[in-house]
Design a protein around this ligand. Structure first.
Ligand code: AHG
Ligand code: MN
Ligand code: MN
Length: 331
């Protein structure tokens, strides 16, 4: 039997980080699902995948065929693992529970199967985001309340960026590492075992078309950056916006910067757009581990105690100096 390529560099790195074997197993399953999603994306681009259609998901948002297919792929890859007590997916209204549960079931896996789906048609970057939460094991069905209570106990977090190269960025107990998918089929190869976010930067990412809906803190911050070297910041800044948070956040590990999806003063977006469990929380842990910071409109995202599995929160993530500055503007 051919060796499972996922048991090469990714598995070795995971073993060295000291998380439990079952957490590592979940990450390897997610990595396998990423390989399958990567293939579906490439097949769709040449018209051999599922036909591109748009429907509506549980949150009333556009749902593309690849959203549905990716969700299915992640669920199937996690389904056989008896340490998974529940899954939370952007595409599914309620927690997904296994048909049988044993005492070893002590993980909740939260995921956004396809992030940035408005980029699919134009072949721009898209991603998958995941977070593994620890819950108490036991022969009992997990409830939504158990999941909410576990939000602060992230055992691992990561994302896959299906960009010019497909990369996996992950953290378990300590560092943030980056792997790239080998096009010759040898799985995820280690590229950098300690990603960091530069402390200072000259980039920010925000969808500026919503400017009229921003609060005073964000308006002030952006205005000061736009003023460049003539303004209070004394230097010029650049804007980058990909319409996929995975791509914009990935850039932070290289160039530094701050990614902002704020609360908006418009109906339905008062707490922003991005979801806590499978977008904000995992990205916040990655940023934190890499020396950056992540806040909502005030509190650190990692300190938020959510009240719903699809709860939206404002997201401000990036280089410490910039996030500190925005936090000070919130007072
Ligand atoms: P998803 O495709 O999972 O719904 O997430 C898209 C998110 C995020 O990745 C991106 O930063 C943001 O939506 C873009 O939203 P706008 O079109 O409002 O800028
Ligand atoms: Mn998303
Ligand atoms: Mn999505």
């Amino acid at each position: 039997m051919a060796q499972d390529p996922m048991h090469n560099q990714l598995a070795l790195w995971l073993q060295g980080q000291g998380a439990s074997a079952s957490v590592n197993e979940t990450i390897l399953a997610l990595a396998r699902s990423a390989v399958a999603i990567d293939r579906e994306i490439r097949l769709a681009a040449i018209g051999r995948g599922q036909q591109a259609q748009t429907s509506e998901n549980v949150q009333g948002e556009d749902q593309k065929t690849l959203d549905v297919v990716s969700n299915q792929i992640v669920m199937e890859h996690l389904a056989g693992l008896d340490h998974i007590a529940a899954m939370v997916s952007e595409e599914v209204e309620h927690p997904i529970l296994p048909s049988a549960i044993g005492p070893q079931a002590d993980q909740v896996v939260c995921f956004d199967p396809l992030d940035g789906s408005s980029n699919i048609a134009s072949n721009c970057p898209i991603g998958t985001i995941f977070s593994i939460l620890g819950v108490e094991g036991g022969d009992r069905k997990i409830s939504e309340a158990n999941i909410l209570a576990a939000s602060g106990k992230q055992l691992a977090a990561g994302y896959v960026l299906y960009g010019p190269a497909t990369v996996l960025v992950v953290t378990t107990t300590r560092h943030v590492a980056m792997f790239a998918l080998d096009p010759d089929g040898d799985g995820f190869m280690l590229v950098n075992d300690r990603l960091t976010i530069p402390e200072t930067c000259s980039n920010w990412s925000i969808n500026a078309s919503y400017e009229r809906y921003w609060d005073t803190a964000i308006t002030t911050y952006v205005r000061e950056c736009v003023a460049g070297r003539e303004g209070p910041r004394g230097r010029d800044f650049n804007t980058r916006w990909s319409a996929a948070m995975v791509a914009d956040i990935h850039r932070l590990f290289f160039d530094g910067g701050v990614f902002i999806y704020p609360a908006l003063k418009k109906p339905g977006s008062e707490t922003g757009k991005l979801r806590f469990f499978y977008e904000a929380n995992p990205m916040a842990l990655l940023a934190h581990r890499a020396g950056g910071r992540a806040i909502a409109s005030g509190p650190d995202i990692l300190d938020i105690r959510p009240t719903g599995i699809h709860q939206r929160v404002p997201v401000i993530i990036g280089s410490r100096e910039e996030v500190d500055r925005i936090a000070a503007l919130y007072g």
